[in-house]
Ligand binder design. Structure first.
Ligand code: GLA
Length: 371
């Protein structure tokens, strides 16, 4: 394994353990996780492999096969972390006295900027390795929560639990139906191939930065609306009509999206359980319109990808992930794949945009050891 060889070269010994954790794509349930709602992501075939050994001192040595320099970054304290190392050091910082230093080499193949959660894959792969090495006994959900804390408190991105939970808990051939309040989850079989279907990821290649901006703003609007409505979280809105009558402007639209989106997740799960995946397309389309018009987190590149995919014969399509760029997904019958790809490519060419990238989304395993 490439990462083990790099570890040996950099640190002069074999790693004590190697873990692989995947990125994710979200089938439906966008911007619902931090509102205590439902999500339905699945793991993608791309992820991060982390080779890790514990150290007796507090030094942290980090090597990434994707970094420009072949030399490890050496940190005497977590405060020195910058760039990609923050996600790893954040995990160590959150674990505090339960761990000391570590030698870590990582190798990732999640397409960058596509919104497929390379950062969650990095956090979860390292957290799983440290969990094993230090006998911490953390469950996969506890590992996910650790990754989220690293990101919230150390990196400063106020994300919800979806990405880390998907990376830690997904199973091959399944989507993860997660209740983001109780953290109860179920692996829902997603055998699209049996129905001649595929999920196509359309990476727009455009990423409008949202870490400090739009994402945090949406989250604050939801929290403010919940306060106005006197509920702990938007999950607790039971009478949508009555709630909307009490809200104005942006907050009204945000609530409408969050509440209807969580219902759409339950509807999709119902259809998948009834072995009717062909019928989820309309819900994917509705999700996109809601994200575009009510939550306002889409982008022209995502809208064009979704519209062209549907025109080209997709059963349904939507932006996926946090928005403001990144990727869309399309549910496509195998015999329409080329037509859909062509329709999207032509729509981009007409606008003189860089061609988008197409990736097949195959529901893949969650985090697992490779040693
Ligand atoms: C990002 C966040 C997730 C989730 C999605 C939107 O991916 O990391 O927690 O909020 O956006 O659904």
């Amino acid at each position: 394994m490439r990462v083990v060889e790099a570890f040996r070269t950099a640190f002069g010994a074999d790693p004590a353990t190697v873990w692989r954790a995947p990125g994710r794509v979200n089938l439906i349930g966008e911007h619902t996780d931090y509102n205590d709602g439902f999500v339905l992501p699945f793991a993608v075939p791309w992820g991060v492999t982390a080779a890790v050994s514990p150290r007796d001192d507090r030094t942290i040595r980090l090597l990434s096969l994707q970094a420009p320099s072949p030399e490890p970054v050496v940190l005497a304290s977590p405060e020195q972390a910058e760039g990609w190392t923050r996600y790893v050091v954040g995990v160590l910082a959150v674990l505090g006295d339960r761990v000391r230093g570590a030698d870590i080499a990582v190798d990732g193949d999640v397409p960058q900027g596509a919104g497929l959660s390379s950062s969650a894959a990095l956090e979860v792969s390292v957290a799983c390795a440290l969990n094993e090495l230090h006998g911490l006994g953390l469950s996969p959900m506890e590992v996910a929560l650790l990754g989220r804390r690293a990101e919230n408190e150390f990196v400063g991105m106020p994300c919800g639990i979806m990405d880390q939970a998907a990376s830690a808990l997904c199973r091959e051939g399944h989507a993860l139906f997660l209740d983001c309040r109780t953290l109860g989850s179920r692996n829902v079989p997603l055998d699209l191939a049996a129905h001649g279907l595929r999920v196509l990821i359309i990476d727009t290649g455009v990423h409008h930065e949202h870490a400090g901006g739009g994402y945090a703003k949406r989250r604050a609007e939801c929290e403010s609306a919940a306060r106005t409505l006197g509920v702990p979280a938007l999950r607790d809105v039971t009478d949508l009509g009555a709630a909307l009558a009490r809200l104005r402007g942006d907050e009204r639209r945000r609530v409408e999206h969050v509440v209807t989106e969580s219902h759409r997740v339950e509807a999709v799960v119902g259809l998948l359980r009834a072995d009717r995946p062909l019928d989820i397309g309309a819900l994917l389309n509705a999700s996109h319109l809601s994200l575009r018009d009510k939550y306002e987190v889409s982008s022209p590149e995502l809208d064009v990808a979704v519209e062209a995919a549907v025109r080209g014969g997709a059963r349904g399509a939507r932006m996926t992930g946090g928005g403001f760029g990144g990727s869309a997904i399309a549910l496509v019958a195998e015999d329409r794949l080329n037509a859909v790809r062509q329709a999207v490519t032509s729509a981009y060419a007409e606008r003189s945009w860089e061609p988008p990238r197409f990736l097949p989304a195959i529901p893949s395993p969650g985090a697992h050891p490779l040693t």
